[in-house]
Design a binder for this molecule. Structure first.
Ligand code: ADP
Ligand code: MG
Length: 638
């Protein structure tokens, strides 16, 4: 943002922050299919402005005194092609106007813009995720004039802002008789249809029926049918905060409209839960599960939390104290009757009231998700957007661990073709006879997991294995050792014992190891141990392989690859953990090793087998050049 004369009362021209210009351009070009949302955004801002004023007036009642009936007033001039929207909320000072309408202060904006592809269709989806806000006015207007006077400032301290939504805006001082903000949209030719009172009434009904603020619409002069007198203002919405209405009186699309208002989302919510709690504590909550992730879901300082009201007075937008971090995707409102109106940050941080509301709202949210899970398609959408975040709950919410575990979904070796659709309960229901453990495998990606040699014996025995490929999975599973009385086991760690489970139909019987074979294998193990030395913790014979010659396993409590990455990203260095090399005693390569009398060549073979086992896990070799040289030597010796 550049300025020529700081704080001068004259008209001055300023440039938008580069990000704003970019967003404006994108928005105008990607929202043309849904232009009416400008009204929702402006009404939403007016409603926020009224909320803020009510809040400030708690400590300074004089701010409200001269003009206490808060509202929105809409005027249309179809001849001039303008719409004017006025509120008598908090208003803005000159500095606030310049800052709020000239810059985007939200952190992560630059990253967000960087993630845009230039493909309009895709980008318009992302724009919706970012929240379009005030600038959506330029989707329908080629000039926007905003006049504002902050509550508490005098008539002479008003400000007029104007822009054509290109690179610049102007600001100048203005004499304004009333507190609040008036926005005039000079409609584009392509958006002249909005200069129509009936059209606006329809949009307000759709989006603003249940904001807590009356919307007054000036009746068109030529309107004969309208109940109100032509030229007079008529209130066109119910103006009763949605959550204060009884559930039975609220239609689904009203819930959805309210969701869009509070979440700045274009898309519908997946579900909601609206509850009035009475008794020791009294509060109303209205919680929503969004259908898609906001752009800042993984940013530590991203916006989160519920909208907090106390006795219907807005207190703050981002009350994080009512839900644990792993439920940060839940949007909604909580309206308490017990908290004091002047509730402070400190009180929010440590209060018994908050604690018990938090645990109730947490349960409420988890129950809402459990119910959503009955609808496979909707839940799949939820899981794709927020599954990874919910997984944090396994490690962070001890009290609700079982509830969270039930909500988890996994890819599996035998179901869902790679999609994370398998619940732990589904898995248990499919236990093979003799099975008492839930088996899983972690890997970098689905393909690696699917092809892991560790799965061989499980395939043979027809035992399903959950395939976990999110970065957080190994950490999560370290907190989830039991589900519904069943143990969970990583099949790449420790020993696996499937002796009690019969070979699956259509699979060949498990090979019997002859005395000679086991003796030969023992000898190979000893020689491998000798050659590999420090590179492995130990070498041992396994029965988990049928096709592969070798695989790597870890001890039951050793941290795996993902955990290591996670800890290192958090700045912690873990001590080195050496793998155990397991060999398949019935594999032809073991015969080959046993018959190798040239010690140098045996060493090459041993190292190559170890490296290959690591590659099969999706790991990177420490010394790929040495591996290549060995393979080359072996090939030449063929
Ligand atoms: P958001 O509402 O998500 O903060 P907007 O782009 O809609 O983003 O608005 C930007 C900012 O401009 C608001 O946060 C608010 O500070 C200010 N603003 C917009 N409209 C009004 C209004 N009618 N009254 C007072 N302030 C407003
Ligand atoms: Mg807004």
């Amino acid at each position: 943002m550049s300025t020529t004369q700081e704080n001068s009362p004259q008209r001055e021209t300023m440039g938008f922050q580069a990000e704003v210009s970019k967003l404006l351009h994108l928005m105008i070009h990607s929202l043309y299919s849904n232009p009416e949302i400008f009204l929702r955004e402006l009404v939403s801002n007016a409603s926020d402005a009224a909320d803020k004023l009510r809040f400030e007036a708690l400590s300074q009642p004089e701010l409200l005194a001269d003009d206490p009936e808060l509202g929105i007033w809409l005027d249309v001039d179809s001849d001039a092609g303008t719409i004017t929207l006025r509120d008598n909320g908090i208003g803005m000072s000159r500095d606030e106007v310049v800052h709020n309408l000239g810059t985007i202060a939200r952190s992560g904006t630059a990253e967000f813009l960087g993630s845009l592809s230039g493909d309009e269709k895709k980008d318009s989806q992302l724009i919706g995720q970012f929240g379009v806000g005030f600038y959506s006015a330029f989707v329908v207007a080629d000039r926007v004039t905003l006049e504002s006077r902050r509550a508490g400032l005098s008539a002479g301290e008003g400000v007029r802002w104007e822009s054509e939504g290109t690179g610049e805006f102007t600001v100048e001082a203005a004499e304004l008789a009333q507190r609040g903000t008036r926005i005039t949209l000079h409609l584009r030719d392509s958006a002249r249809e909005f200069a129509d009172a009936w059209r606006l009434r329809g949009i307000i009904n759709k989006y603003a029926e249940h904001i807590a603020l009356p919307v007054h619409l000036r009746q068109p002069a030529e309107d004969k049918e309208g109940a109100a007198e032509a030229g007079a203002y008529e209130v066109i919405n119910q103006a009763r905060a949605l959550w204060t209405c009884p559930r039975s009186e609220i239609k689904d699309d009203e819930y959805q409209a309210f969701y869009k208002h509070i979440a700045h989302d274009f898309e519908d919510a997946l579900s909601w839960s609206h509850n009035k709690v009475e008794g020791k504590l009294e509060y109303t909550s209205l919680l929503y599960v969004p259908g898609r992730a906001p752009f800042d879901l993984y940013q530590r300082d991203g916006v989160r939390g519920l909208k907090l009201y106390v006795q219907r007075v807005f207190i703050r937008d981002d009350a994080e104290q009512f839900l644990p971090l792993y439920l940060r995707f839940i949007k909604g409102v909580v309206d308490s009757n017990d908290l004091p109106l002047n509730v402070s940050r400190e009180l929010l941080q440590s209060s018994e009231i908050i604690d018990s509301m938090k645990s109730a709202l947490t349960r409420r949210s988890l129950d809402m998700l459990a119910k959503l899970a009955d609808d496979g398609e909707a839940y799949a959408k939820f899981w794709a957007a927020f599954g990874q975040v919910l997984k944090e709950g396994v490690g962070e919410d001890f009290a609700n661990k079982d509830k969270v575990a039930k909500l988890l979904r996994f890819a599996s070796s035998s179901h869902g073709e790679g999609a994370a659709t398998v619940a732990l309960a589904d898995y248990v229901a499919r236990f093979r006879e003799g099975q008492d453990t839930i088996y899983y495998l972690t890997a970098d990606n689905y393909t690696t997991a699917r092809q892991s040699p560790h799965l061989e014996i499980f395939r043979k025995k027809g035992v399903e294995v959950l395939l976990l490929t999110d970065r957080i999975d190994e950490w999560m599973m370290s907190h989830l050792t039991e589900f519904d009385g069943r143990k969970l086991q990583h099949i790449g760690k420790g020993e696996v014992d499937l002796a009690k489970i019969a070979v699956a139909e259509g699979e060949s019987a498990e090979p019997e190891l002859s005395e000679a074979q086991s003796q030969q294998a023992e000898t190979v193990v000893a020689r491998l141990q000798q050659v590999l030395g420090e590179r492995v913790k130990s070498v041992r014979i396994t029965n988990r392989l049928s096709e592969s010659p070798t695989c790597l396993v870890l001890d039951a409590f050793d941290p795996g690859f993902q955990m290591r990455q996670l800890m290192e990203a958090a700045g912690q260095k873990l001590p080195e953990v050496k793998p155990i090399l397991e060999i398949n005693p019935t594999h032809r390569l073991i015969d080959r090793l046993a018959s190798e009398s040239d010690e140098a060549r045996f060493a090459d073979l041993a190292q190559v087998l170890l490296d290959q086992a690591a590659l099969a896990e999706g790991a990177q070799l420490e010394d790929p050049a040495a591996y290549v040289q060995r393979v080359q030597r072996l090939l030449q010796g063929l």
